[in-house]
Design a protein around this ligand. Structure first.
Ligand code: SF4
Length: 695
């Protein structure tokens, strides 16, 4: 503030980092942001914030920002700066040429969980209405797509059941495959406060995260399972609940399908699903599993919070359904202090999924084959829509390699750094005839692009984000887009150049259309958001005008809750003599995802490289000392990192983050993915680690 001068106005907006969605006051002098302070009336954060949201906004005006559109014929050519009109016209004519030559399905697009709801809605509308296919996907493909599938199958909708505040009513908190201290810090503080007040804690994680034991918090149970064995463990927990008579029979009788419950009960009661029988698979002592199951089922209000350690597995969707089974079996759904809560990684993962970013779903999670729903959109959009589900991101890569997919529009997502098996991704992208990248920085994906369209940061546009608790909050413009256009305006121009005008004058008009066409967003308007501060969907005027803090109160969205059998299947990604260790990946507090934003801020002072955490026993076997450089080799590739010896790891398991392109953690992750959604199995990669010279 001293350097930049005193602010002249302040604008309330929403943090653009994690899925907590904290409200902030952005203090501005002219067009210059002076500082961001947590908004005391922010309903997701109650005036709190973390090191990312509060201090790491400087990337918005970083010198690396690209503000001029650029084109080139081949990806080996230098970029040529052009006008917006020329760049858009070039992109549109290339997409049209490709469709004329290779067919309608040869092009597609990817929406961004960092962009607003309105922007994700417009990109999927462009793909469906202007391209004429359903080849649209989102970065949720690589994080929470199993949540969409799993909670849809069991509860009927793809969303967390509670508010963050609900944790204040929990007596037992089970955290599975999540490290909120690093990835969702403001929620972690709220949860730790409740733990200090006496709530019990069960942590299910291969790593000894700080929740397990830190100065003020200690887990009552740490189920330190082997990576890839989640489903065996959740089924063993269910086994204890069923065989020890800990079921909530009344809740099940009133709220759940009888047939699916009986089949599930018979399955989990089998002796081969007992904690004793599965101990050799999970590595978790049976007595610990029994103790945790009893605590969860009988300890009062019990809530589950989970992260990507649940979803990013070959059985990610199965595990989500296993968690939903536990909650239904014990009656822990439909009131404060309980529930099933996915902790979403990016600021608008929930929203981008809500907006129809999946190739099989129109906005509001309605299948493209539903002719009634399609007719509604056809009437509103004035075009015929395809009833065929489109390509998922990995299918787009495969089709590009086969030669049937030739053009891609990517908004606000660095798929080269974030998607698994980098070699496969880059080979596919280099086969495209037209790759259009829209981003604020020249990211790794842009190396394979033919058109670069400057993106706009969250400070440069109006819109909304939806956080992990379904809370829709306003994003408000505090400065002009550095490139001259906000992301939504670029998509509108591209659609027009493709021959499908989308004449919106302001994002509020886009939201009005979303609210008309999307049942879960019915009742949402900028006027309502300005009045209430934020609102949790559903918030329609008939039943819940002020929003819905707790879902499934009187009945599940699908009617009766559905139990699903969770048969454990060992992942194909096996450890061998050649690859004897299991690598699992995650995040750290000061950096965010691929680091494109936080690496360009002072947050780099705390953490300026990805490192490999390895247990001292594994390090000793390899002659490694703290700080040594190590080569990590998998079936997919190899990379080099510096080693950190850590008792947080269990022997046989190593860990790294994916924030830095130089180390490229995804060079070593494989194509293995969730059976239902293709979410990559980032959490299990068989590797070898050995000492190397400094690169
Ligand atoms: Fe932003 Fe998440 Fe930190 Fe809140 S907890 S300030 S939303 S990064």
């Amino acid at each position: 503030v001293v350097a930049l001068g005193m602010p002249t106005k302040s604008v309330v907006t929403t943090c653009a980092y994690c899925g907590v969605g904290c409200g902030f006051k952005t203090e501005v002098k002219g067009e210059q942001v002076v500082r961001m302070t947590p908004w005391k009336d922010g309903q997701a954060n109650d005036g709190h914030s973390c090191v990312k949201g509060r201090f790491a906004w400087g990337y918005a005006t970083h010198k690396d920002r690209i503000t001029k559109p650029m084109v080139r014929e081949r990806i080996t050519d230098p970029w040529r700066e052009v006008s917006w009109d020329e760049a858009i016209a070039h992109a549109a004519s290339e997409f049209k040429r490709i469709q004329a030559r290779h067919g309608h399905d040869a092009v597609g697009g990817i929406t961004s969980s960092r962009c607003t709801n309105e922007e994700a809605y417009l990109v999927q509308k462009l793909i469906r209405a202007a391209f004429g296919n359903n080849n649209v996907d989102t970065c949720a493909r690589v994080c929470h797509s199993p949540t969409g599938y799993g909670l849809g199958q069991t509860f009927g909708t793809s969303a967390g059941t509670q508010t963050f505040k609900s944790v204040e009513q929990s007596d037992v908190i089970m955290v599975i495959g999540a490290n909120p201290t690093d990835a969702h810090p403001v929620f972690a503080s709220r949860m730790k406060k409740r733990l200090r007040e006496g709530a019990k804690l069960i942590v299910v994680d291969p790593r000894r995260t700080d929740l397990v034991a830190s100065p003020h918090v200690a887990a009552d149970f740490h189920l330190q399972l082997r990576p890839g064995t989640n489903v065996a463990l959740v089924t063993a927990l269910a086994h204890v609940i069923v065989t020890e008579g800990l079921l909530d029979e009344l809740f099940i009788a009133e709220r759940c399908e009888d047939r699916s419950f009986r089949q599930w009960r018979e399955f989990v009661a089998r002796a081969d699903n007992s904690p004793e029988a599965t101990e050799a698979v999970t590595g978790v002592p049976a007595r610990e599993v029994r103790g945790a199951a009893r605590l969860y089922a009988t300890g009062g209000n019990a809530a589950i919070y989970y992260g990507l350690g649940v979803t990013e597995h070959a059985q990610g969707s199965t595990m989500v359904m296993g968690i939903a089974n536990l909650a239904m079996a014990t009656g822990n759904v439909g009131r404060e202090g309980v529930g099933v809560n996915p902790l979403r990684g990016q600021n608008n993962v929930q929203g981008s999924c809500d907006m129809g970013s999946f190739p099989h779903e129109l906005p509001g999670y309605r299948h493209v084959s539903d002719s009634t729903v399609r007719a509604e959109f056809e009437a509103a959009w004035g075009v015929a829509l395809s009833a065929e589900p489109g390509l998922r991101i990995p299918n787009m890569f495969d089709a590009a390699l086969e030669g049937s997919f030739k053009g891609l529009y990517v908004q606000g997502e660095d798929i080269v750094q974030s998607d698994p098996n980098t070699q496969h991704v880059t080979e596919a992208l280099s086969r495209l005839e037209c790759l259009v990248v829209q981003d604020i920085f020249l990211n790794e994906t842009a190396k394979y692009a033919h058109v670069f369209l400057p993106g706009s940061s969250f400070l440069e546009k109006d819109g909304t984000f939806t956080n992990a608790e379904r809370r829709i909050s306003r994003v408000r413009k505090v400065m002009k887009p550095l490139g001259g256009l906000a992301d939504w305006e670029v998509t509108v121009k591209l659609a027009e150049a493709l021959g499908y005008p989308m004449p919106y004058a302001h994002p509020s008009q886009v939201m009005d259309e979303i609210a008309r066409l999307t049942p879960s967003f019915r009742g949402v308007s900028y006027a309502k958001l300005d009045k209430l501060g934020s609102v949790q969907w559903p918030c329609n005027e008939d039943t819940a005008e002020a929003g819905t803090p707790t879902m499934h109160v009187d009945g599940f969205v699908r009617g009766k809750g559905r139990f699903v059998i969770t048969q454990y299947v060992a992942t194909a990604e096996k450890v061998t003599r050649r690859f004897p260790l299991v690598l699992t990946t995650g995040r750290i507090l000061s950096q965010y995802n691929v680091g494109a934003q936080t690496r360009r801020t002072d947050n780099n002072r705390w953490h300026d490289e990805d490192r490999l955490e390895i247990h001292p026993h594994d390090a000793e076997e390899r002659g490694l000392r703290e700080g040594d450089w190590v080569g990590i080799t998998s079936r997919a590739g190899e990379t080099v990192l510096r080693a950190v010896l850590s008792e947080r790891m269990q022997p046989g398991v190593v860990y790294t983050t994916f924030h830095f392109p130089e180390s490229g953690a995804n060079v070593i992750t494989t194509d293995s993915s969730d059976w239902a959604t293709n979410c990559p199995e980032y959490k299990v990669t068989a590797v070898q680690v050995s000492k190397v010279a400094q690169p």
